[in-house]
Design a protein around this ligand. Sequence first.
Ligand code: NAD
Length: 261
Amino acid sequence: MKLSEKVAVVTGGARGIGLAIAQRYLAEGAKVVVADIDEASIEDAVERLKNEAGDEVVMGVRLDVCDRASIDGLVKAVIQRFDGIDILVNNAAVFDMAPVLEVTEQSYDKQFNVNVKGTFFMLQTVAQAMVERGQGGKIINMASQAGRRGEALVSMYCASKAAVISLTQSCGLDLIKHGINVNGIAPGVVDTPMWKEVDALFARYENRPLGEKKRLVGEAVPYGRMGHPEDHTGAAVFLASSDSDYVVAQTLNVDGGNWMS
Ligand SMILES: NC(=O)c1ccc[n+]([C@@H]2O[C@H](COP(=O)([O-])OP(=O)(O)OC[C@H]3O[C@@H](n4cnc5c(N)ncnc54)[C@H](O)[C@@H]3O)[C@@H](O)[C@H]2O)c1
């Protein structure tokens, strides 16, 4: 029980990696807030988590990380219910891809709004509440191997995730004086609903049958398969617990060996 009595907010927590982290945090004794834009998925996730861990330790809130008022509302609601926030997992993101000559302004805006602006203002708003409370905290930004290098068809998503790694560094350096550790996790290829969308886009742009790209990227992972959401929960617990107090501004690759840095 590494997170006993801690209060954790997980954005994009209604499915995929976020949901697996929410589940694991509850098993480690935390109270968990599932914050997501998709109300139907929140309902399903919250019902499942309450069945596993009990009504009193789970809260679901609709959140749009692109909307400052929505972020403020979430933080207020969590403080009202649970007194404060100890852990933020800044996990919500969207993916899109296109050849450079075909990237639209709409696709650029969507990815940078959710993945960069949303990540930063979630972090800032929660950090303000943590500083006011005076008990420090842990903030974990979900980056990606896509942020470690470019990809011909994935320019905007890669740039947005490189920005997440950079924000993790700057925010980590600035906030550690308040006892707030900001670190990141960079997954590789993970079998979640997002990768279903990724596979369909690769099928379109690389003229492949559905499922082929997913199979190929899985086979190419040194570990021998794609990641499962649960593969990331150990790192998420470590970075949320006091075991990582001396870890500052780092982004940890959890990717089966795909990337070394
Ligand atoms: N799946 C992968 O292969 C992979 C690889 C590297 C990094 N990642 C990163 O891991 C994180 C989780 O990925 P996943 O595969 O579980 O994704 P997913 O698409 O399955 O889940 C993302 C969740 O974020 C929510 N969301 C989207 N926009 C939002 C908004 N504006 N406000 C609040 N919530 C919003 C969605 O509703 C969804 O529940 C993301 O940051 C992603 O970029 C994923």
